[in-house]
Design a protein around this ligand. Structure first.
Ligand SMILES: [Zn+2]
Length: 201
């Protein structure tokens, strides 16, 4: 009978290979590293995983990742409550924050409309955004979605659906190749894209 890996190692590899971007080979490499490293390092890693998963939640108004909802951006009195930047994913907030030019608040959509992938408008946090429009003093929505087909379609859908008196809807101007998202923009490009935003409605 050929030698097989011990069951606990096999199940660690299986668990790791379920993570995004970790293929079977990487999962095996990480697992073999962990079981041969200092036992304290493994304990630390396990504790960090559990603590992060237990503490991190979505901010109820904006959808950012936070340890307490509402998040520090939603509760910061120094930020402009009349300005909302709409992004696809929570991590996009970090890209815009790094550019250092935006002083409003955010709204995470949670994806883009994509009928081929089964993502319909009701799967996104659009109703939550409409609710915010009725209770917060919002005067401008800046759409900062990627420049691919789904990003364009979602931006136009949002501009039509959110159109109402007294509300400006604009979209950031990218100096980026078509099809790329916020994570590929450097800070200067992003601050220019925000400043050069164009009104849609
Ligand atoms: Zn928030």
């Amino acid at each position: 009978m050929p030698m097989t890996l011990p069951p606990s190692l096999t199940s660690l590899i299986a668990a790791l290979s379920k993570l995004p971007g970790v293929g079977p080979r990487s999962a095996e490499r990480i697992a073999l590293h962990v079981v041969q490293a200092d036992p304290e390092a493994a304990k630390h890693l396990a504790a960090a995983l559990v603590a992060a998963r237990e503490k991190i939640q979505f901010c109820e108004p904006c959808g950012a990742l936070t340890e307490s909802s509402p998040c520090s951006i939603c509760t910061d009195p120094g930020r402009d409550a009349s300005l909302i930047c709409v992004v696809e994913r929570a991590v996009d907030i970090l890209s815009i924050e790094k550019s250092g030019t935006f002083r409003g608040r955010f709204h995470v959509l949670g994806g883009k409309i994509s009928p081929l992938d089964g993502v319909e408008p009701e799967d996104l946090r659009i109703a939550e955004l409409e609710k915010r429009l009725s209770v917060e003093p919002i005067r401008e929505i800046i759409i900062a979605l990627s420049t691919d087909v789904e990003g364009d379609a979602t931006s136009h859908y949002l501009a039509r659906r959110l159109a109402r008196a007294g509300l400006k809807v604009s979209r950031i101007a990218y100096g980026l190749p078509a099809g790329s998202g916020l994570e590929f923009a450097d800070e200067l490009t992003l601050s220019r894209a925000l400043e050069g935003r164009r009104e849609m409605m």
